[in-house]
Write a protein that binds this ligand. Sequence first.
Ligand code: HEM
Length: 386
Amino acid sequence: MSIRATAPVFRATCARRVAQPLQPLRNPALRRRFATGAGPEVPPPSPPRKSNSPYALVAVGAAALGAAYLFFGTSGSAKDTAKELGSAARGAAASVEGKVGLRRGKDEYQKVYDRIADSLEVEGYDDGSLAPVLIRLAWHASGTYDKNDKTGGSNYATMRFKPEAEHGANNGLNVARDHMEKIKKEFPWISYGDLWTLGGVAAVQESGGPTIPWRPGRIDGFEHNVTPDGRLPDASKAEDHLRFIFNRMGWVEIRLPAFNDQEIVALSGAHAMGRCHPDRSGFEGPWTFSPVTFSNEYFNLLINEPWVWRKWKGPAQYEDKKTRSLMMLPTDMALVKDKSFRKYAEKYAKSEDEFFKDFSAAFSKLLELGVPESQWAGEPWAMGSQ
Ligand code: HEM
């Protein structure tokens, strides 16, 4: 049954967003929002530094990469060592590339952004947009970061490889990866990590969300860089688990703190978008009545509507008492049950501006987890609709 068909009674009692029909993406109003620079202030990119022999420096990195393969054998630990060196060489080449100004400019990445934005609407798929599943891909590609051993994160795009692609938490993300593969064919020069994270940025912005500061610099890793299963949150758990998972992220090297309570709540607000699929996570249904619109509606509903356990054969989840057509995960409900989390959920329910500001900062930070500082060429950009 469609959401719109089940919603009318509930919609009348809910805040403005709920009453809206599913909104088309890239509509003029949203485009204007970006064109006028609404959203957080984003500093302009730093000009790339010049060097007399940039190509020679990149050649050094590339040569190291080749040498790593040629020098070491093709089996056992020698192969692993070669791959380690390969990753290091790619990282070194990326650092050099960024530092000497060889990286493509913002205009080139903007073309990729536009292509992604134009591809979001897909009639017949879920609620008509790939934006939610692209946001989930960007988050799952980044949220594996472990500050303790500095593995995981968006740098190597390791979800391309079988073990990680098949982790239970990533069920269904093949839809997003396959879609991005088509874009990659048109722009083969972009790394997967940059492509997937830019996809998340475009998906949020084109759905009416805030501007997300973003910059390129991620490199493609190897299969041996895949992360162990269990780094992403388990939706059946509660507040302690959420803190454990999100505190494991964070970045000691550049003094980014692990995600705090406020950031955990802000990030969870992405559940305004999309839905749960029984064949992916086992859970079922959307969180809001406008699952292709990025808004603070998730918090409005979480705070203001009564939620009860759903009686069904699937995993334990909540449903809204009035229409029984919306859902909340146990981890979503932890945001209202835990006192510290609740403070922020209430704040975001009251003010969409506050939510957008905090989501933008936290999501931008999430997307950079695992990328060594040396690989960035400058400050993040504000990509936008053309
Ligand atoms: C706080 C811990 C979180 C848990 C336990 C969690 C869990 C889940 C689950 C179980 C699904 C349903 C997957 C499916 O069946 O298709 C889902 C979907 C989704 N999640 Fe989360 N999530 C969390 C945090 C986040 C964060 C931080 C973001 C982004 C910033 C996010 C964005 C999304 C989106 C957009 C969807 C919808 C995907 C679609 O419609 O295909 N989630 N999440």
